[in-house]
Design a protein around this ligand. Sequence first.
Ligand code: N01
Length: 537
Amino acid sequence: MTAPQSTQPYDVIVIGAGFGGMYALHRLRKLGYRVRVLEAADGVGGTWYWNRYPGARCDVESLEYSYSFDNDLQQEWEWPERFSAQPDIEKYANHVADRYDLRKDIQFNTRVQSAEFDQELASWSIRAVDGDTFTAQHLALAVGNLSLPRVPNFPGLDQFNGRWFHTGQWPKETIDFSGRTVGVIGTGSSGIQLIPIVAQQAKQLYVFQRTANYSVPSMNRLLTPEVALPHKAQYPAWRERAKDTPFGIAGHAPPEKFAADDGFEERQRLFETKWKTGGNISFLYAYKDLLTDQAANDLACEFVHDKIRATVKDPKVAEWLVPNDHPIGTKRLCLDTNYYETYNRDNVRLVNVRQAPIEAITPDGLRTTDEHYHLDDLIFATGYDAMTGAILDMDIRVKGGARLAEAWEHGPKTYLGVMVNGFPNLAIITGPGSPGVKSNMISAIEQHVDWIADLVEHMSRTGKATFQAQAEAQEQWVKHVNEVADQTLYPKANSWYVGANIPGKPRVFMPYVAGLDKYRKICDEVTRDGYRGVSIN
Ligand code: N01
């Protein structure tokens, strides 16, 4: 591809104006390519545009969960809190869009319906729901990993007379729950953040829990200059250090000991220190074998079980809240502020829908197999069709050839999480097989976009028109992703990492859990080896 001579309207169409799409636009445009971003929402931010539910907050610390590509940006921007709340992250996304004049190349309110690659023309035709069409040599998907919300198919929802919401499609206006009886279905990261806030407002809150989840305190606090300024003084070096870590986060020394190296007292002291430090990485970094050895993991589980029992006053409720079906950390470890304490409030009741499942939504509430609950409002914190949902929501195909939905019928297959055999010039920013969701997402995004941009530059220099994953390299990558996961406890959980939350979805381990550092090295080697595993023609 030679950008200046291309006859196509765009060199690259990017779908999505979250952090991935914004950085892709900035990076590729700076290299001289004609780029257009198509975004379904009316603003930037992606996940942080849609997830405006009360309590929405990032679980990676603000000074790390931010772009590193421009030192002036990271020096000038001021984060108010240790873990940023949604409004602050959305504000940052808007600041970035303004600062780099991104909006002029983003078309908002444009949801993509289909994309078809024409082999002869070596170009993609992209069609939006409203009928707009675009052509480009390359198509970059920056659609997010948790962006297709899932509302379970309960009978009767269409008859519900109250208000209902999904955390991932929260309205822009402030929703006031004062004086109302509210139901929340779901106790994953979203539910666990939202429940304490809604409990403070509502007259009565029912939490419908099917599976108890692990949560550790965030210990969120204001980010004072005493903390921010020394960090900023060594920001570039800090970012470099982060590159050598599995999560793309420099603030935690990797563990050196196995859990069995310590006696009971020592271990309790360490877990307690980690608990008080706050944050999920801090806790999971207690010992190096917490995510690989069941016995080690059990010790961490027991510590958290005791914390729950010590916090929740009603012993029956406490037992329901004690997770018992997965090793800690094998589902995204939730971060909370006063989650378990919330169950001590008089206006909060935990309903065990594992014991008495939800039967139906009724016009004035919700019925389980043993009781009817009157509700004014119902909140679905029921998650997403993760990693593949938003991609397969579009009809992506090759003219006269395969559809991506068919190619992924038995589970997604990619090379390095960024490209797919049989689908030329398709780049996925943190697709299945990428370490994105298991790391600091913004660090992963920057690595992916830089790597893809280098590939596009390489094609320009060598006068090539198409790239795609080689079939064998893709098979090997999928195998490698699964082998790495099989060396850990992750596959033991029925998590969205394996698609277990979506009925009928093929059970395939999707994220690459060896770490962003190892992944980065592999990508660099692939480049050094002349794009090993990639067909460039
Ligand atoms: O979704 P989830 P989420 N009947 O899938 C329940 C990221 N995130 O939006 O486990 C009853 O984790 C379901 O129960 P069960 C983070 O990566 C990050 O909370 O299937 N219940 C579960 O309790 C996270 O992992 C942040 O039995 C039903 C819940 O709904 C990911 O997003 C904040 C049900 C879904 O939990 C997704 O989190 C928020 C049914 N039919 C999100 N169907 C931070 O950065 C589903 N459930 C802090």
